[in-house]
Design a protein around this ligand. Structure first.
Ligand code: FAD
Ligand code: SF4
Length: 530
């Protein structure tokens, strides 16, 4: 602990690993002289722990764990620099869970109230709430000011919507926040949405003038190097590796990342946000999600930086609108949905998918080139861009029939930006259609044809993207038709997918049989792979 003793403390201000927000409400109404801030690195947040015959916690990869712990320790330094008193339990103290760490804190100081900004994971909120209840401690939950929309706004907006769509939520926020509007309050350029310009592939030549990513000098950072040692010693067998770790660890680095994106990559973000390319993990994406989700950056400052680049004539409108839509639109939308359905996510399984997650998701060794490429990025960097998540790793899981809860644990564990409030709606609803179409108007399904159109992966693959059966058949194409067959009753009711069902029904009985048999054979083979 830094300065004061904890004896005379009545309130503990707990800061969780994804709450590293210098403008947080937790700093309001505290007197530095007698306020205690508490941060804890606990084992269960990287590896589930058996406690009182219950399994508690979630998996977190090496990249994700090292990011969280390093950023937390940097934030502790920030708190100390502001003269706050901090009690910090690090991973070497081996607290299995937040509850156990709070037991020790309570022995040290007989505090009466635990204050905390709303955790981004309902599981953690419930754990803290239960601990407070059993110890007769008041649990004070503060609103999370980091987000653009505040408590209750989304619930109010969605109340009378039968089939809510992100687009209208986004337009409302554009108006409320005065983003990309002209003098008359209309969208600049005359349109709200430039998605039509933003679906390009790189063509045969591939990406031109790809900017180099900035390199942080983490190897010179004592906090980071100590975290690596601690993780190797106390959490030795986490998934993934650390060879290429390069994520911002504090606000200064996050601002550098933002600046680099605005100057070097935003320009092409719109055109190529859906495109993929062999051995290129980052392309023109911002790599800002982890900094945003740890709250090192505020979404409004990111949006305003992009808008300014447009006003300064440095980037085209389709790029900046496309980028702002992701943060103002999708990010705020999925957060609203998460809290709206917080009790339901973990049970959702509209399509009744029951298969286990194939093992290659964890180590990336598979002969499907698009999967090997997308998965190895996750193992090496804890990263994949949106289309890789939705239309490669997520798509495969959906059409192969993985139980949504299995793939959800993988997304939560493996990506550096994964926190339940954003990961669960994206995984369960957008990617796996487990909510039956509340978020997405249709399941995001496609054959190998889509992957071939949006990347050069298929050129480096042993399979043929347009074959659905036989030795060389692309597993995506086989499982795609098998999915259409299995779910034809539901899909035929959807105006956007009815044609696919018709295409299936127009195939000869012999072709249908070959595809179905090949799908069964492939499922058996994949389920037995290590
Ligand atoms: P960019 O492509 O540069 O986009 C800019 C920013 O927009 C992102 O940093 C992010 O903050 C925001 N954004 C874009 N799409 C979304 C979206 N669908 N939902 C919320 N915010 C969005 N994003 C996470 O932050 N954490 C997750 O755990 C996560 N899990 C996902 C799981 C699945 C199955 C899918 C399909 C998407 C998931 N996403 C998640 C959304 C999106 O893929 C990532 O935000 C994005 O790829 C992060 O990379 P980037 O920062 O380079 O983003
Ligand atoms: Fe992926 Fe099929 Fe293309 Fe191979 S052929 S890269 S498996 S889509």
């Amino acid at each position: 602990m830094a300065k004061n003793t904890t004896n005379n403390i009545t309130t503990v201000n707990m800061i969780l690993g994804d709450q590293l927000d210098q403008d947080s409400l937790i700093f309001n109404d505290v007197e530095k002289s007698n306020a205690l801030f508490f941060m804890a690195e606990v084992l269960a947040e990287s590896k589930p722990q058996e406690i009182n015959q219950k399994t508690l916690g979630a998996h977190s990869s090496k990249q994700r764990t090292v990011l969280f712990l390093s950023a937390m320790r940097h934030f502790k330094l920030y708190l100390l620099s502001q003269d706050y008193t901090v009690e910090y339990f690090d991973i070497s103290q081996k607290y299995p869970s937040f509850s156990k760490s709070l037991d020790t804190l309570l022995e040290q100081s007989k505090f009466k109230t635990l204050r905390c900004v709303l955790p981004g994971d309902e599981r953690v909120r419930l754990e803290l709430k239960a601990w407070c209840k059993s110890n007769n401690i008041e649990f004070e939950v503060l609103a999370d000011q980091h987000f653009i929309t505040q408590k209750g706004a989304f619930k109010k907006w969605i109340k009378d919507k039968k089939q809510p769509r992100m687009e209208y939520w986004y337009r409302q926020l554009r108006k409320e926040c005065q983003i990309l509007l002209d003098d008359k309050g209309k969208p600049v350029g005359g349109k709200w949405n430039y998605d039509g310009d933003n679906r390009q592939s790189f063509g045969k030549e591939g990406p031109k003038d790809l900017p180099e990513n900035i390199k942080f000098e983490h190897h010179k950072d004592d906090i980071y190097t100590q975290v690596i040692k601690d993780v190797e010693e106390h959490l030795p067998d986490l998934y993934g590796n650390l060879k290429e770790f390069n994520w911002p660890l504090n606000r200064q680095q996050a601002l550098t990342q933002l600046d680099d994106f605005i100057k070097n990559r935003l320009q092409c973000f719109g055109d190529y946000q859906d495109a993929m390319w062999q051995d290129q993990a980052f392309l023109f994406h911002s790599l800002l999600s982890s900094s945003l989700n740890l709250k090192l950056l505020n979404p409004i400052e990111v949006i305003q930086a992009a808008e300014k680049a447009y006003k300064d004539n440095k980037v085209p409108l389709n790029a900046v609108e496309g980028f702002i839509r992701q943060i103002l639109g999708w990010r705020e939308y999925v957060r609203g949905l998460y809290w709206l359905q917080k009790d339901d996510w973990l049970d959702m399984n509209f399509l009744q998918a029951q298969n286990k997650l194939p093992n290659f998701y964890w180590h990336a060794k598979t002969d499907m080139n698009c999967m090997a490429q997308s998965l190895s990025q996750v193992v090496d960097y804890g990263y994949g861009h949106h289309i890789q998540r939705l239309m490669v790793t997520g798509l495969f899981s959906l059409i192969y029939g993985v139980k949504p809860q299995e793939i959800e644990q993988w997304y939560l564990a493996m990506y550096v930006d994964a926190i339940a409030w954003v990961e669960q709606p994206n995984t369960f609803a957008m990617s796996q259609y487990a909510d039956g179409g509340f978020l997405a108007s249709k399941p995001y399904i496609a054959s190998g044809n889509y992957i071939n159109r949006m990347s050069n992966y298929c050129k480096h693959c042993k399979y043929k993207y347009n074959q659905a059966s036989g030795e060389k058949a692309c597993p995506f194409t086989t499982f795609y038709w098998d999915f259409v067959n299995q779910h034809q009753d539901h899909l035929s009711q959807n105006p956007r997918l009815g044609m696919q069902v018709k295409n299936w029904l127009n195939k000869s009985t012999e072709e249908q049989k070959q595809i179905s048999e090949h799908a069964t054979y492939l499922r058996r083979k994949i389920s037995h792979q290590d």
